[in-house]
Design a protein. Structure first.
Lengths: 330, 330
């Protein structure tokens, strides 16, 4: 490391948590990574203040741990739920945060006196996995972020692909059932309506409503509204039949989404990140088998389907990478 | 036009017909375009011979009509049903032609002593519409080719996108019904199984099987096996209820495919070409309305959804463009 090495701060803004950290431009390490609740209920100004305080905390850590001076901090990359307008740095609308046309990029950049960039959170997670995680070396990559919603990102020829209006990669909102479940986006039959965390819990609740015996009831203390996807996966591992059926169906739904992506986009890597993807073999073994049944052989043969490797920091790492893509540093 | 203007021959190889023609590299005109039956039943050698004879006929026309000399013929672009290996110039498999690992590019190129390129027929049709048809000016474009099957092509940043193994753009094989109709590709619920020409005819036959009155029976001379998508669209225009229902459902299925593409790929143009797309407003009006209901607003607002403009020559024009993309001429 030389004295002139540049550092970039990455911000991963989620509906529940904020993750902020920094990396040198060569991606060799993570510095000053810390997490705080977003507290969107306190309003946009409070969230911006919190983000800026976290950025300053991270910068102080970078300077203390590396001996860098403030001039070596090149800027801030921000990943945010969308839809957003990257060029103007606006968050157009986020149901979780309650924002509309909010100039997040400039509010943060102005307050910390640093150049800033804004990109979609799922794009950032995908870019992070491509830069330093399990999609490394891929040329055309699709990331699925599995959580409260299902997001995604597309990398074409080693660069994030944004499309005509920064919507590209909304793979959770592919229709996989023409007359299917209502989705939060207003459409019917979206992948997200079957395989997001809340959708998994809802399908389990529906399966329980016929009275079949299951450990799930006890696992959520008798209150089925407290049932989560994590509970379902835990029960499945202990052999619970209802939970195992839901887990198997979830793999099938996700496989339809992955197979669609393989036939349309023919990537060399598909990376699945986020909560549900932590299920490991119980997800990936049946998922890969179902993708093989559904997608074209040359597309299946050309593609690795892998879990994300960066866990909680993919979004922060990718926000750093997205900043560097727009502001290359020496 | 100068003496040194170069000409490229385009070949559009279909299961039923061959279209061959030529264009100057500036795309300013079509020359020597003619069509012959493919006659795949006579075997691959016979098809290659026929293609080469048609190429020579076209070259003779170019020389006669423009005064060009043979050295001004830069090469031959071939569009073929896939899957194929572009780098090796192989047609990997085509059910319609009965070929396996057939070195089409070099067989044709060697026989006419010209450089040749090979690309997917639907890619070529999309590229043709982008170069000289209704997708002109688009930056990120998706083409749907509606016919016996449903193919597609993706243009990213003004260049054909092929993916990791030349499969990209198989949008007819997106699953839109998780437990849907069996598709010729082996999967269930593909868009093609609902909205290809034969699928439209099959859905009409199914609708007739309950005995509802319809002019469709008379239109196909009482032999429902002779029912085609064209008959269904014709009957729909005269107010036939069964046919109109099938036409409306077809628009809905296609809209699901288009909406999926808008949410994942966020193109600025979607162009629908081929037989079914000729239905005009009776397809495009309900299709656009359904897309607006299903896809994200910024994606809908950013995208023109248009019928192809080149009709029968899109594949030939695009094959010329694909050659030029690989062999730029002065």
């Amino acid at each position: 490391m030389t004295d002139s090495l540049k550092y970039v701060v990455g911000v991963d803004l989620g509906g529940t948590n904020l993750v902020v950290g920094a990396m040198p431009s060569d991606g060799s390490r993570e510095l000053g990574v810390h997490t705080l609740p977003t507290r969107a209920d306190l309003g946009a100004d409070a969230v911006v203040n919190r983000i800026c305080e976290m950025i300053e905390t991270t910068i102080a850590t970078v300077m203390r741990e590396t001996g860098a001076v403030r001039a070596q901090i090149a800027g801030v990359g921000i990943g945010s739920p969308g839809p957003l307008d990257r060029e103007k740095g606006l968050v157009i609308v986020t149901p979780n945060l309650g924002w509309k046309d909010f100039p997040l990029r400039d509010r943060v950049g102005d307050q910390v006196h640093l150049p800033a960039t804004l990109d979609n959170d799922a794009n950032c997670a995908t870019l992070g996995e491509w830069w330093l995680g399990s999609a490394r070396g891929g040329r055309n990559v699709v990331g699925f972020t599995l959580g409260t919603g299902i997001g995604g990102g597309l990398i074409v020829d080693g660069r994030l692909y944004h499309g005509a209006s920064d919507v590209a990669g909304e793979i959770g909102h592919m229709t996989i059932e023409a007359n299917g479940r209502r989705c939060g986006c207003g459409n019917y039959g979206c992948l997200e309506a079957y395989a997001s965390g809340p959708a998994i819990a809802m399908r389990a609740r529906e399966a329980l409503s016929n009275g079949e015996p299951s450990t799930l009831r006890a696992l959520c203390g008798g209150d089925l509204l407290k049932l989560t996807a994590a509970t379902v996966y835990r029960a499945s591992e202990t052999g619970d039949t209802v939970a195992s059926d839901v887990v198997r169906e979830t793999a099938r739904f996700l496989a339809i989404g992955v197979a669609n992506i393989l036939n349309v986009f023919n990537p060399d890597v598909v990376v699945l990140a986020g909560g549900v993807a932590k299920a490991g073999d119980s997800l990936f073994v049946p998922l890969r088998a179902e993708v093989r049944r559904r997608a074209f052989k040359p597309a299946v043969d050309a593609c690795r389907i892998v879990p994300g490797a960066l866990d909680g920091s993919a979004g922060m790492v990718g926000a750093v990478a997205a900043f560097l893509a727009e502001h290359p540093v020496a």
